[in-house]
Design a protein around this ligand. Structure first.
Ligand SMILES: Nc1ncnc2c1ncn2[C@@H]1O[C@H](COP(=O)(O)OP(=O)(O)OP(=O)(O)O)[C@@H](O)[C@H]1O
Ligand SMILES: [Mg+2]
Length: 296
C-alpha cells in the first residue's frame, strides 16, 4: 500500500468522524454534555444532520436519501427536502436530542436566493438558523486542516476548493460524480442505476469493478489536476463526499495529480460533522457565521 494514502487525518479528527457514524443509529443516549450544537448538509444525494455536545463529541445524527433535493447549489425539490429534515428533527427530538437551532452548509459559489433557499428549508423544519458556511470550509473544520485542496466527490458533481490559512481562495464545481460511476456499471452489467449503486457499495465486489470505474475516477483526477495547476503551493488533497468512500479512488487521484492524497474515515460524513463543529466553535468564540443567506 502506498504510504501517502494512509491516515494523515489526525486521530482525533478520524475518531470524531467514526463517533458520528456510530451516533447515527440513535440507539440510547451516550454520555451527552449539553448544550448541543447541530449542523445540516443539504446534498443532491443525502441530507445529513449532525449533533455535537459541549465536549465537541458527536452524539447524534441523521442521514436520509434526498432524491435530488439540492443540485449544484439549486434547490430542486424544496418540499421533499423540508419533509426529510422535519422527519430527522422529529426523530432526534423523540430520541431525546433537543435540537432547536442549526447551521447549514451551501456549495461554494452559491449566492442570493439559492443560499436563502437552504435557510428556508431549515426554518420550515422549525430550526432557527444560527449560521451558514460553505461546504469545503465546513469539511476543513472536521478534518482540522487550514491549507490544501478539499476535493468533494458527491453524487452529481466534483467540487475542488483550495484553502489557505483557513480561507477558501478558489473553488470550482464540475459535473462528474457518483451517478457517472453508476451509469458505467449500469451499462456494463445491464442493470438499472439503483442496482448499480448497490453494486458499487458492495465491499465484496469492489475489487471486481474497480477496472470498470477507474476511467471515471481518472477523469475526476484530471479535472482536479487542471484546477490545481495554478496553485503550486498545494501539496495535499483531502477527499470528502460519498464517492470518496470507494477504496480505489485515492490511488487514482494520486496517480493523476502526483500529490499526497488523504482519504479520511467515511468521507461522506465529513462536511455535515464540520458544520455542527463550526456552530459549536462560533458560539464559543462569539464570532458570527453568516445567518442572513447572503454569501457574498
Ligand atoms: N461506500 C460508498 N462507496 C462508493 N460510493 C458511495 C458510497 N457511499 C455513498 N456513495 C455515493 O456517494 C454519492 C453521494 O455523496 P454525497 O452525499 O457526498 O453527495 P451529495 O452532497 O448529496 O451530492 P452533491 O455533492 O453532488 O450535491 C452517491 O453517488 C453515492 O452512491
Ligand atoms: Mg455534497
Amino acid at each position: 500500500m502506498n504510504q501517502n494514502l494512509s491516515n494523515q487525518v489526525s486521530e482525533t479528527a478520524n475518531g470524531r468522524i467514526k463517533a458520528f457514524e456510530l451516533s447515527l443509529d440513535l440507539n440510547g443516549k451516550r454520555g451527552v454534555k449539553g448544550p448541543l450544537s447541530a449542523g445540516v448538509d443539504l446534498g443532491t444525494a443525502y441530507i445529513v444532520t449532525a449533533v455535537v455536545d459541549a465536549d465537541r463529541n458527536p452524539v447524534a445524527g441523521a442521514l436520509t436519501r434526498s432524491r435530488s433535493s439540492v443540485r449544484e447549489g439549486l434547490v430542486f425539490d424544496y418540499i421533499g427536502a423540508v419533509n426529510i429534515l422535519r422527519r430527522q428533527v422529529k426523530d432526534l427530538l423523540e430520541s431525546g436530542y433537543s435540537i432547536k437551532s442549526a447551521g447549514v452548509t451551501y456549495p461554494p459559489g452559491t449566492t442570493g436566493a439559492n443560499a436563502r433557499a437552504c435557510v428556508n428549508i431549515l426554518e420550515a423544519a422549525e430550526l432557527e438558523v444560527v449560521g451558514m458556511m460553505d461546504e469545503p470550509s465546513a469539511a476543513s473544520r472536521a478534518l482540522e486542516i487550514t491549507d490544501g485542496a478539499v476535493v468533494d466527490v458527491g453524487g452529481g458533481t466534483t467540487g475542488i476548493s483550495i484553502l489557505e490559512n483557513g480561507e477558501v481562495i478558489y473553488s470550482a464545481d464540475e459535473a462528474t460524480g457518483g451517478v457517472h460511476v453508476d451509469l458505467v456499471l449500469s451499462g456494463n452489467y445491464k442493470i438499472d442505476t439503483h442496482e448499480a449503486e448497490k453494486l458499487k457499495r458492495d465491499t465484496t465486489r469492489q475489487m471486481e469493478i474497480i477496472h470498470l470505474i477507474r476511467p471515471v475516477f481518472e477523469k475526476m483526477g484530471s479535472i482536479v489536476r487542471r484546477h490545481l495547476k495554478g496553485f503550486p503551493s498545494v501539496r495535499t488533497i483531502y477527499l470528502v463526499g460519498g464517492t470518496s468512500c470507494f477504496p480505489g479512488i485515492a490511488q487514482v487521484m494520486q496517480d493523476q495529480t502526483g500529490l499526497e492524497v488523504v482519504q479520511p474515515y467515511n468521507p461522506l460524513l465529513v462536511t455535515p460533522l464540520g458544520i455542527a463543529l463550526a456552530c459549536f466553535d462560533e458560539q464559543l468564540s462569539s464570532k458570527s457565521m453568516r445567518p442572513s443567506g447572503k454569501t457574498d
